[in-house]
Design a protein around this ligand. Structure first.
Ligand code: EPS
Length: 402
């Protein structure tokens, strides 16, 4: 099964990661990963750090001549900014007197909670690891998993639905477009390709403009904005996940992954939120016998899963991101060293990172999906998995003939 670890501080020397459980025989190279790292760095509303970094991965192990060997894959992304932080972030040696012991905590960040829990006497110790910079390595590792899913015909894409209060007046038109694009099994890539054309990953020029103006406004006011992004998975077979145990439910795996992205505070699968206020007759996706003998549906309000198992429809996942906690017009807080009431620190930060979060969302759902896939069709090499998938998929859920 696939598992991974990341390490690294925002201004440390590098981010590192190890991915274990990838089958042998899969083609992968740094440029495939770097493309996703670049996408993660984009978006209107990013701060000064993204002008310094040009995230590029170094593959250290587990890949030979562009092909996975089945061994753990080790990756590294160097922090270009490290050279400006050597004195503050040195791993060894005595702490110089000139290095400030930060006591002022930002409401909404991990500054306070982590410093209390770990008894840090310098809040920087929490700032560094809680930083969303960690997601660069997660995207790198998960992009290798994305390649595996792609090889199996499963595609993942995303777009942004809302930034602050800038959103579609009605979703009808955009939903029709997305439905059309995602009829093809690689449709999620089409969605992402279209979203990549907008600086805020919104599939409408008018709404993009409104969102950019909203970001411009908060930037001027020293404030920040959150929003909503949607991750779509096309080409996923029926039968991934299981109803038999809570931790095997595919929605549980996906939600956990989305919630683990910094600043995400809510997740929705399909029309989960809207459905909770409607009668069942307007919620559940009716079934009918298709000409090919498969069970078909006209709607997908469930977002592609029932009972913790994929049903062969597209997966629809929404992540809700709160505004970034670092404000240039700071909120009131406490200096936990002196106990005094003060204003929060101004750290260099983003004003809105929802477009980046949307790209991160595409990445983080991959291990859960790939594990469910491997559980059902798994093997040690891509070749073996392909053989099993081709023979087993025919008999899997979604092909009931009565
Ligand atoms: C980020 C790097 C960070 C922030 C941002 C995400 O760089 P720095 O710590 O130098 O400002 O720009 O992280 C946050 C907004 C946060 O609150 O931690 C990145 O690489 O994505």
């Amino acid at each position: 099964m696939i598992r991974f670890l990341t390490a690294g501080e925002s201004h440390g020397q590098a981010l590192v990661g190890i991915l274990e459980g990838m089958p042998a025989g899969m083609e992968i190279d740094a440029s495939y990963i770097n493309h996703q790292l670049k996408r993660r760095q984009q978006g209107y509303g990013r701060g000064g750090r993204m002008k310094i970094e040009k995230d590029e991965v170094k593959i250290l192990s587990g890949v030979r001549f562009g092909t996975t060997t089945g061994s753990p894959i080790a990756l590294m992304i160097e922090n270009r900014d490290w050279k400006n932080w050597r004195g503050i972030m040195a791993a060894e040696g005595d702490r110089p007197d000139t290095v400030e012991h930060i006591g002022v905590v930002r409401p909404g960040h991990a500054d306070y909670s982590a410093s209390m829990k770990y008894r840090y006497d310098d809040v920087r110790d929490s700032i560094e690891r809680a930083s969303a910079r960690e997601t660069a390595m997660r995207v790198a590792l998960c992009t290798i998993v994305r390649k595996f899913l792609e090889d199996m015909g499963i595609f993942i894409g995303s777009h942004v639905l809302r930034i602050g209060s800038a959103q579609y007046d009605t979703r009808d038109e955009i939903d029709r477009k997305i439905q059309e694009w995602t009829r093809a099994s690689c449709g999620a890539y089409k969605v992402t390709e279209e979203a990549d054309k907008s600086e805020v990953r919104i599939l409408s020029e008018a709404v993009s403009e409104r969102a950019i103006n909203a970001i411009k406004k908060v930037k001027k006011e020293g404030d920040t904005l959150g929003g909503v992004f949607e991750v779509l998975v096309t080409g996923a077979p029926a039968g991934l996940g299981s109803h038999v145990h809570y931790d095997r439910k595919i929605e549980a795996q996906i939600s956990q992954a989305i919630m683990s992205i910094p600043a995400v505070k809510a997740v929705e699968i399909g029309d989960g939120i809207e459905n909770s206020s409607k009668p069942g007759s307007q919620v559940h996706d009716e079934m009918y016998p298709g000409e090919d003998g498969k069970v078909r549906r006209k709607t997908n309000r469930a977002g592609g899963t029932e009972g913790g198992i994929t049903v062969g429809e597209n997966l629809i996942i929404r992540g809700f991101m709160k505004p970034i906690a670092t404000l240039m017009q700071p909120l009131k807080t406490v200096d936990i060293k002196s106990g005094n009431a003060v204003e929060a620190r101004r750290e260099r930060s983003d004003f809105c990172a929802v477009p980046a979060c949307s790209v991160i969302g595409e990445a983080v759902v991959t291990p859960g999906l790939a594990n469910a896939f491997l559980e059902k069709f798994g093997g040690d090499s891509i070749e073996e998995i392909r053989e099993r998938y081709q023979t087993k998929e025919v008999g899997s859920a979604g092909s009931h003939s009565g």
